[in-house]
Design a protein around this ligand. Structure first.
Ligand code: NAP
Ligand code: G4F
Length: 322
């Protein structure tokens, strides 16, 4: 039986990936960072909370990672754990560096010290392109991160490549562009919008406060994107891939899809709040997923309209039950 260890299993991608691997017959282990309250709502939402073996550990604690590997004996490790919210990375830059950057090194060292035959997936990000150096970003586009998060991820990206080149380890990076779902954290802009639209529709909220709505993102569906993580570790050679839809849309337009879906006028509820602007912004992201299509046979299946309406519908259900 294939065995996989997922860090960040309680997050959006961790939950979808765990479901995908369970459906493929894997035994799935998840690294559980200690919190005062267990937040396994995503695993529950997917009906898999009892099918996963959780192992206590933290990306900042090398010994716990070694123990987790010795307990789970995985063939594949997916490193999805991170402080992943860009805005928070200016408030907690050191924690972000330790978790999102050095955490990757800790995990690679844990593999190096235990079993170098383990295949490793690193959750790299389009945020590394930051101040974009090319209008459409591919695996060859130079990086220019714009946040402490982006800088930490860039370290994680290069150290993963370095361990591949130095120790002949099977390590691959997925440079994923923004991906969303009903399981997205409420602090990210799509879910903030779809949750607010549901609350406004039901009469529980009046306004929605947003920052820079001119920013553009290449948004896909997380359920589609976890497939590519698995595909990357099934190849004969490790490599790095851009994962994107190839379309970019403003926050404003994404927001109007959500309001339109429930028959509300966005202009009656949207308030621009300059406090939500970031110290340095990533104005636009647009990925070229050709390599993933050609080499992995993968392409994004869900349009932004279908994604946002799916999220609004899920939030309407949730808000009604509250
Ligand atoms: P997410 O929902 O924020 O999940 C991240 C997970 O990491 C959470 O379960 C979190 O646990 C865990 N974590 C935080 N600190 C940890 C630590 N010190 N040790 C172990 N686990 C820790 O993020 P996501 O959207 O699923 O994204 C998955 C990964 O892909 C992240 O690395 C993210 O940076 C990257 N990424 C995401 C996107 C995107 O658009 N979603 C795009 C590119 C790359 P708690 O919740 O308990 O803190
Ligand atoms: O939804 P966001 O917070 O996502 P962001 O910053 O693009 O980061 C996400 O995608 C990255 C991949 O590119 C991941 F690596 C990262 O972990 C995360 O998943 O913000 C999207 C855009 C930004 O330009 C932001 O300034 O929306 C703009 N925005 C405008 N008003 C807002 C808001 N973002 C948030 N979160 N909240 C607002 O009120």
């Amino acid at each position: 039986m294939n065995r996989a260890l997922i860090t960040g299993i309680m997050g959006q991608d961790g939950a979808y990936l765990a479901k995908l691997l369970l459906d493929k017959g894997y035994k799935v282990y998840g690294l559980l960072a200690r919190r005062s309250t267990l937040s396994n709502w995503r695993l529950k939402y997917l009906g898999i909370e009892n099918e996963i073996q959780l192992i206590e550990g933290d990306l900042t604690d090398l010994a716990s990672l070694i123990r987790a590997i010795k307990t789970s004996k995985p063939m594949e490790i997916y490193n999805l754990g991170a402080q992943s919210f860009v805005a928070t990375s200016w408030e907690q830059p050191i924690l972000t560096a330790q978790t999102t950057g050095i955490g990757v090194l800790n995990l690679l060292e844990a593999i190096r010290l235990t079993d170098t035959s383990i295949k490793f997936y690193q959750a790299s990000t389009s945020e590394m392109f930051g101040l974009i150096q090319e209008p459409i970003q591919s695996e060859k586009t130079p990086f220019h991160p714009r946040s402490p998060y982006g800088v930490a991820k860039l370290y994680g990206h290069w150290i993963t490549i370095n361990y591949r080149e130095s120790f002949n380890m099977f390590t691959s990076c997925g440079i994923l562009f923004n991906h969303e779902s009903p399981l997205r954290g409420i602090e990210f802009v799509t879910r903030k919008v779809t949750d607010a639209v549901a609350r406004i529709k039901i009469g529980k909220q009046k306004e929605l406060r947003l920052g820079n709505i001119d920013a553009k993102r290449d948004w896909g569906f997380a359920g589609d994107y976890v497939e590519v993580m698995w595909l990357m570790l099934q190849q004969s050679k490790p490599d790095d891939y851009v994962v994107a839809t190839g379309y970019t849309t403003t926050v404003r337009e994404m927001c109007s899809i959500a309001f339109d879906h429930v028959g509300l006028d966005m202009d009656d509820h949207l308030v621009i709040d300059e406090k939500l602007y970031r110290p340095a912004e990533v104005e636009i992201l647009l990925g070229n997923p050709s390599k993933a299509k050609e080499k992995l046979g993968w392409s994004s299946k869900t349009s932004l309209k279908n994604l946002i309406t799916m999220m609004v519908d899920a939030d309407l259900e949730r808000v009604k039950k509250e």
